[in-house]
Write a protein that binds this ligand. Structure first.
Ligand SMILES: NC(=O)c1ccc[n+]([C@@H]2O[C@H](COP(=O)([O-])OP(=O)(O)OC[C@H]3O[C@@H](n4cnc5c(N)ncnc54)[C@H](O)[C@@H]3O)[C@@H](O)[C@H]2O)c1
Length: 449
């Protein structure tokens, strides 16, 4: 099938490339001329494991191409996926201007028989508005929702091995088109969940809010764990081994970030309030998330207080490992807070340096590697759990540092190895460990770090 994918960002690029790998003829469209020129030259503007190689394969096989010419791509395609950004608006809702801008352009160029697939995350009711716009066109166009559940860092695997493929279709024709597109995945036994448009939209929002809520829940509990001398790593096992609960997304740390959870939670709260439904639970999720990082920064500042200007090595800037995405990243926020508090922040991230430089400018120092960031530092913060940080030689780290404090913002380090190197280990919701020592204040800890 000939498919146009409007928007060549994290979702559009991955979806378009995977659709090409499923055998479709795909044209990626973007308004960003530099981005399209780079893609046409075989350069991939984002970091996602395996994506560059896959794009090269699909372009070489002539199943994938890129253009800025939306009308031509729409004319040549039977199905048009919309994967443009839907950023937060200042009032807490969604800014849907890019989405409706793209939809209007599509409608102007589309002839009867084409299907518009909304891949972007949109508030419930948006698909219906798009369908109403399409109904005003002289041509008969289908509009269906197909929210995306991929995760950055494992996006290709997630697209090709989906937990579920959600279809929100107004008509049987719309549903049939989506089935045809995803037939290779349906044949492999992956689940299709077909439902109404608003249900599909709310499923995506609900899933993200649920995951964010679990993170904020365990983070809030981690504060209590610290106060009463419990170890949140043991507690999360005690909770998560109940099959009704499960262990996923119950890891304490500096909180969630990314382009999805913060804005989706805020948009749900906004939409509920606008409908006079009190979001008792939802309104606390982001508040807890923000407090978590502030509390963490306070602990770091307390540990390094008393000397001269503190030097902090910040390991990690991306909102999670295996991506260069820093949107709403807690690490970037922590860098900002530490710099504002008068610290010298020396940061290193394997992939997110350029993106961070664009946002933070010269507020922090950009190190060439982990060691350059750490030499002479009073404290190290692990803000993103890249494996390159987890596998460091702590004796070597101790030798180049000025101070001795390691702050594990992702509870990802082996505390015993850190303390054996003569360093203080501080995690989130776990008792601290002194240099050379076992855990302080805990007896019979089930999970040894
Ligand atoms: N990033 C994720 O992990 C993820 C996962 C699931 C769903 N989503 C949702 O998918 C959507 C896209 O997210 P993203 O992270 O890929 O965004 P992104 O910002 O990385 O990419 C969006 C792209 O759309 C382009 N664009 C904007 N207006 C356009 C127009 N009129 N015509 C053509 N191109 C246009 C932009 O130039 C940009 O390249 C959002 O609604 C997001 O919430 C994102």
């Amino acid at each position: 099938m000939n498919i146009a994918v409007i928007g060549c960002g994290y979702v559009g690029l991955v979806s378009g490339t995977c659709l090409a790998a499923l055998g479709h003829q795909v044209t990626g469209v973007d308004v960003d001329t530099k981005r399209v020129a780079a893609l046409q030259a075989g350069k991939v503007p984002i970091y996602e494991p395996g994506l560059s190689e896959m794009i090269l394969q699909q372009t070489a096989a002539r199943r994938l191409g890129f253009t800025t010419d939306l009308p031509a791509a729409v004319r040549d395609s039977q199905v048009i996926f919309v994967a443009v950004g839907t950023p937060p608006s200042p009032n807490g809702g969604y800014d849907l201007s890019m989405l409706f801008g793209a939809v209007e352009n599509i409608i102007q160029s589309a002839e009867s028989g084409k299907t518009i697939v909304i891949k972007s995350t949109v508030p419930p009711g948006t698909g219906e508005k798009v369908a109403q716009l399409a109904a005003k066109s002289a041509h008969r166009l289908e509009v269906v929702n197909n929210p995306e559940f991929l995760r950055e860092g494992t996006a290709i695997h997630d697209f090709m091995n989906p937990d579920r493929i959600v279809f929100g279709a107004g008509t049987a024709e719309g549903l049939a088109v989506l089935r045809e597109i995803y037939q290779p995945l349906i044949d492999k036994g992956f689940h299709i969940l077909s439902m109404g448009r608003a249900s599909a939209e709310l499923s995506k929002f609900g899933a993200n809010a649920m995951l964010a809520m679990r993170i904020s829940f365990i983070n809030e509990l981690s504060r209590l764990a610290s106060a009463v001398g419990a170890d949140i790593e043991s507690v999360r096992m005690g909770i998560g081994s109940d099959p009704r609960i499960g262990p996923a997304f119950l890891k304490a740390g500096i909180g969630y970030g990314g382009s999805c959870f913060p804005k989706d939670v805020a948009a749900l709260v906004h939409q509920m309030e606008s409908l006079d439904i009190e979001p008792h639970l939802l309104s606390g999720i982001e508040k807890a998330n923000q407090q978590q990082r502030q509390h963490f920064v306070t602990r770091v500042l307390d540990a390094v207080a008393g000397g001269g200007k503190p030097v902090i090595a910040l390991w990690g800037l991306a909102f999670k490992p295996d991506t260069d995405d820093i949107r709403e990243s807690p690490a970037v926020d922590i860098a900002r807070m530490l710099a504002k508090a008068g610290c010298t922040v020396r940061a290193f991230d394997p992939e997110a340096m350029e993106n961070t430089r664009r946002v933070l400018g010269d507020a922090i120092v950009y190190a060439t590697d982990v060691h350059a960031a750490t030499t002479g530092a009073d404290a190290v913060i692990v803000a993103t759990d890249w494996s390159v940080f987890i596998t460091q030689n702590w004796h070597g780290i101790k030798q180049i540092m000025r101070g001795t404090h390691i702050f594990d913002g992702r509870n990802c380090l082996a505390s015993g190895k850190v303390s054996a190197a003569g360093l203080h280990y501080h995690a989130v919701g776990r008792p601290p460990v002194k240099p050379g020592g076992g855990r302080e204040g805990t007896v019979g800890v089930v999970v040894a770090g």
